[in-house]
Design a protein around this ligand. Structure first.
Ligand SMILES: Cc1cc2nc3c(=O)[nH]c(=O)nc-3n(C[C@H](O)[C@H](O)[C@H](O)COP(=O)(O)O)c2cc1C
Length: 225
């Protein structure tokens, strides 16, 4: 696959075939992802790749705790509710996804189902938890570097025919993930990435999310043209 095909073709995948993903292929993808740049090449990231029973225990624990209203315990700072243009973009992609899935605005039950799907890691056969070394906690560089490696990972996966979705939903109940994935205390949980073979028949997988134009996002300085 050419670079442009990967970048332009990749989209977040939220419906998967149950087929397993060979460990060797995941190793290949992680090796590609780890070519990502990092601040001073410190490579703060680590990966916990989970499948089978431990992943099912995480799905069950996440679902149970979220349904019981247990407050979220993500290990990174979140902004809270978005407003203005950020909120507009958040709503924009949600509308695209709900429309593809045929979920009506007032259909509380199916909306709830959709949220729970995220807590179940979209029923993907594999989940990759990205962590970083706790000794670096407090620096913004480590989360930035994790973002770089996570993006490289989903693109590498796409180049091999695999789908993925970076997500915060899977790690909102971090003690569950920590317990069942055996994540050491010296690691900070950053994000989860659901991974597997895309189910072509799952409508939301066809959604191509919108982007701002280059002109909107960019300021050119010192150019003649
Ligand atoms: C840091 C981060 C967290 C995300 N968390 C979630 C999530 O919890 N649930 C979800 O369905 N998608 C999640 N996404 C996927 C985004 O919604 C998606 O990347 C965005 O809408 C753009 O769509 P695309 O990936 O298909 O291009 C997340 C993506 C990133 C980078």
């Amino acid at each position: 696959m050419q670079f442009d095909d990967v970048i332009l073709g990749r989209r977040s995948i939220r419906g998967y075939k149950p087929d397993p993903v060979p460990r060797a292929l995941i190793e290949e993808i992680i090796a590609l992802a780890m070519r990502a740049p990092s601040s001073m090449n410190v490579q703060p990231w680590n990966f916990y790749v989970i499948t089978g029973e431990p992943l099912d225990r995480i799905r069950a624990g996440n679902t149970e705790r979220n349904l019981a209203g247990v407050p979220h315990s993500r290990e990174f700072r979140a902004h809270g509710a978005y407003t203005g243009q950020h909120r507009d973009r958040q709503i924009g992609v949600a509308k695209q996804l709900f429309s593809a899935m045929g979920i009506a605005r007032d259909d509380k039950e199916r909306r709830q189902d959709w949220v729970l799907r995220g807590f179940r890691q979209f029923d993907a056969p594999v989940c990759v938890i990205v962590t970083y070394d706790r000794v670096l906690h407090g620096s913004d560089d480590a989360p930035f570097d994790c973002g770089a490696v996570a993006t490289a990972l989903v693109n590498a996966a796409w180049s091999r025919g695999l789908g993925a979705v970076i997500n915060s939903q899977g790690i909102m109940q971090s003690p569950v993930v920590r317990e069942h994935a055996g994540i050491a205390d010296d690691q900070v949980i950053m994000k989860s990435i659901a991974l597997g073979w895309p189910d072509e028949a799952f409508p939301a997988n066809a959604v191509v999310s919108e982007r701002r134009s280059v002109a909107e996002a960019t300021v050119f300085v010192g150019f003649d043209d």
